[in-house]
Design a binder for this molecule. Sequence first.
Ligand code: MG
Length: 251
Amino acid sequence: MLTKVKTAEEIVNMRESGRMLATVLVILEQKVAVGMTTKELANIAAEELKKLGGQPSFLGYQGFPDVLCVSLNNEVVHGIPNKERVINDGDIVSMDFGVTYKGMITDAARSVIVGTPKQRGHIELVERTERSLEAGIAAVHDQVRTGDIGSSVENYLKKFPYGIVRDLVGHGVGHELHEDPNIPNYGRANTGPWLQEGMTIAIEPMVTLGTERVVIAEDNWTILTADKSWAAHFEDTILITKTGAEVLTRL
Ligand code: MG
């Protein structure tokens, strides 16, 4: 389904959905700690969202068994929370969350280093992945093309020796978690489908310290770097406006 131009009422509900999502992500960023399990993080997300009055969009989505994706280190995205999986000092923890409120969905992710970073390269990877998301958002306006956004993300990142994951991409969002069109994190300006004011999309660069190649784990969910290099992931849901973008998943 191609992402629709949202009505005024739908936009109000998406703002509320995004506010809840951003609130939960801030709490997760504050609470994540060495020694905690990935399942404990998911439980915090579930409890906090319940207090706010939203519903978790990921639970049951294509059979996904939990409310939050938690991916560590060489895991890029879609990690399943696990009560045996302990977060270690220096781990890069990527947390991806989705919220449904009055039928409207928002989607966002953050990566953080827990405890003491193992190397400066990890800090830079996380910071630059976030900046690449900002570069993508900065390219957005009414009548932007998906290639304009992708090339903006890629142009920011290409000065570093990183892999930009190509097998997974951003997407339209709102009535469904994943709507058309795809929003790649690479590409050429002035190519791809046009987007317009009132549409809502998720931009989500996934960046590795190695190559762009990814593989799927034995659990059939977790996406791993093929070369075991560590990765970071940032995502925001935005509303396209006449002259730019309104980020819905930041406080
Ligand atoms: Mg997404």
